[in-house]
Design a protein around this ligand. Structure first.
Ligand SMILES: Nc1nc2c(ncn2[C@@H]2O[C@H](COP(=O)(O)OP(=O)(O)OP(=O)(O)O)[C@@H](O)[C@H]2O)c(=O)[nH]1
Ligand SMILES: [Mg+2]
Length: 200
């Protein structure tokens, strides 16, 4: 764990169940973690720390959820953690073999104005299955940094840790226009200086 009293930036790691959040969390933090029971529930969540580029981060492995409209106890905890930590950086974890499934949650998080970064995890499996998925294209479309990762091989983990500082807020209406086939590139607002999202 990092030294006590060190000023740490918070990261909330969210995503659908089974996309590799905990595996990524372990890669980022080295596995050192504190497991807590969320008050008033039987749901556990985990916190850990890591440092990158001279910045210390506290990362929370938020229980998996399909949306921000909770349908069970674990999803309720996920939404409560996000609401409590409004404004903190959200690391959205997507499964690269089924990106469309996670996009709904990603757009909800972006729409609520969290500075966001996306880990396009399970990229190894996407390659094995010859699924064509492009971190660059997703980044262009969504206007937040997107880093391809494999929590199994370790691919992209260092880049992900370095790119957290570039997490940014984007304008959902521009993303919607782009998704609907318009040519408008998303223009991030309140951006943290992302070099890859075409407008920071
Ligand atoms: N091939 C591959 N497998 C992965 C990767 N990341 C995680 N996995 C595997 O995917 C499964 C789910 O990983 P978890 O880290 O438990 O997923 P999670 O998102 O934390 O799941 P919940 O906590 O249930 O929401 C495990 O069997 C992992 O070993 C990856 O990048 N590549
Ligand atoms: Mg997990």
């Amino acid at each position: 764990m990092a030294e006590k009293n060190k000023k740490m930036k918070k990261i909330l790691m969210v995503g659908n169940p089974n996309v590799g959040k905990s595996a990524l969390f372990n890669r980022l933090t080295g596995g050192e973690a504190i497991v807590s029971n969320y008050p008033g529930t039987t749901v556990d969540y985990t916190k850990g720390e890591f440092a990158s580029g001279g910045v210390f981060y506290e990362v929370t492995d938020v229980p998996g959820t399909y949306s921000l409209e909770p349908r069970d106890g674990a999803e309720e905890v996920a939404v409560s953690i996000l609401e409590k930590e409004k404004g903190e950086v959200v690391m959205i974890v997507l499964d690269a073999t089924r990106v469309e499934r996670g996009l709904y949650l990603a757009l909800e998080v972006i729409e609520r104005g969290y500075p966001a970064i996306i880990a396009l995890n399970m990229i190894d499996e996407a390659h094995d299955k010859e699924i064509s998925v492009s971190a660059g294209e997703l980044q262009r479309l969504l206007g937040v940094p997107v880093v391809a990762t494999s929590a199994v091989s370790g691919e992209g983990i260092k880049d992900l840790a370095m790119m957290v500082r570039k997490a940014c807020v984007t304008d959902i209406s521009r993303i919607k226009a782009a998704l609907e086939g318009g040519n408008e590139d998303p223009a991030p607002s309140g951006c943290g200086g992302c070099t890859g999202c075409g407008g920071c």
